[in-house]
Design a binder for this molecule. Sequence first.
Ligand SMILES: [Zn+2]
Length: 480
Amino acid sequence: MAKPKRVGIYVRISKDRKGQELGIQRQEKACRELCERLGWGVLKVYPENDTSASTTSKRKRPVYTQMLRDAREGLIDGIVVYSIDRLTRRIAELTHFLEVQKEHGFSFATTEGEDTATANGRMILTIKGAVAQQETERMSERINGSLLQRREKGKPHAGGSRLFGFKEGSNLQKLEPKEADAIRLGARMLTDEQKTPGDVARAWNEEGLRTPEAGTAWDIQKVKRVYRSERIGGIVTYKGQDIGDSIYPHPLTRQEWENVQAALDARSRPAGKGAGKRKHLYSGFLKCGHCQSTMRIQWATIQGRTFRRTFCHSGQVGAGGERGCGKVNRRYDWIEERLNAVVKAALMKRRPQPQTAPAEDVSEEIKVLEERIRGLRGRWKEGGLEDEDYFDSLTHLRSDLQTLRAREAAAVVRESRTETDALAVWRDEDMQNLERRRAIVASVISSVDVYSVGRGRKKPPEPDSITIWPVGAERDASGA
Ligand SMILES: [Zn+2]
C-alpha cells in the first residue's frame, strides 16, 4: 500500500481521564512525529474539545463524525491518533470504525504502535477498545442495569399490585378482556363525549367492575389513577422518561392515551368565571341589567312548548357574595339570534389577514422519523445494536419527533386563526364546536346587559332591551 499523503490527525481533549496530561498540543506533536517517522503526509488536524467518548456519554462528537465522512469520501487517506482511547471508548464505535477503514482502505496508526494492516493488529485494537470501555463503565454508573434492560425490552417492572386491565400474575403482559374493554369505553366517554371521570366510575360500577387493589367500587380518583398510568397506553418509562412502547398488548394506543391525558388536563384546569357545564353559546356573557349578576340560561317547558329562557337568579350568590335581584326573565332565543348577527357582522368586517407563510407540512418528516424509530427498535431487538447506542439514538429521535409534533400542532392553530376559518368555525353550529364558537364570541363581545320587558308581549322586544359591550369598549375601561 502506498504511503498516505493526506493524513488526518484526530486529537481529543476530555475531562474524563488524564485530561491534563494529554493536552491537545501534546497529542498532536506525538502524532506528527509518528507521521514523520512513517513518511506519511499530514493534511489537517481534527481537534475535538471537551467531549467524552465514554460509553455513557450521550454527547455527539461532530468533529469525529466529520473526519469519518472525509475519510469515506477520500478527502483524507489516513488517520492517526495518540492512543485508541482518544479515538473512542465504545467497543461498538471502534468496531464500526474498523469496518469503515476496511471498506474504504485508508491507513490508520496510533503512537502506541497499533497496526491495523494485520488481523493480529486489529484484534489487539479491539481488545484495547474493550478495556477502555470497561474502564469507563467502572467510572460511571452503568445506565443499562437490569431494570432498564427489562423496561427497554417492553417488560414491566416486576412486583406491585395488579393494574386494572391486565391479568393477575401476568406481569402486565396479558389483558383482562372485560376490563380492557371498560378502559376503552371510558376513554371514549372522556375524549369524544365530554363525560367526566365520575361518569366513567358510575358506568364501571354498573358493569359490576371493582378495583383490583381492594375490590371496592370505583370513584373519581380511582378512575383518574387508572387513566394516568402510562402502562395502559403501552408506554414504557424509565426514571419518568418515556423510553418506548411495550411489546405486549395494552388497552389503549399511545395516541388514545395521550388524548385522554389532554381531556383530563382540560378538566383539572381551574374553572374561569361562570365555568361549569356550558350548553349555551352566551352563558357567562349575559348580565342582569338591574343588578349585574351573571344570568342563568335554562330550558323550560311551558304549556307543552319547550324553549330557552335567561333570568337573573335570586337564589344564586355571585362571586362578590351578592344575590341576584330576580327582576329580569327573558326569552333567550331572541337574544342569541341578535348576538349571533353582531358576531357574524364583526367577523365579516375584519379584514382578512394576509396569509403569512404557507402552512407548514411536517407530516412527511414525522413519518420518516417514526419509520426510523421502528427500524432502530427492530435492529436492537435482533441484537444488531448495542443497548447504549439504541438508547442514545432513541432519545434523540424521540426529541426530534416531539419537536416536529409541536410544530405540526402550531401550524394547525395558526391556520384556524385566519379570518376565513373563524367564519367557517362560527357557522358550524355543532355542539362539539361550542367552545370554539364561544372563543370567537369572546373576541367580539365583552358582555351584554339584559333588561326586563313586559310579560306576555307578542311582538318582539325592542333592540335596546339589551346593551352589547364590545371588546375594547368595556364599561370597566371607561371608568364607570
Ligand atoms: Zn338582577
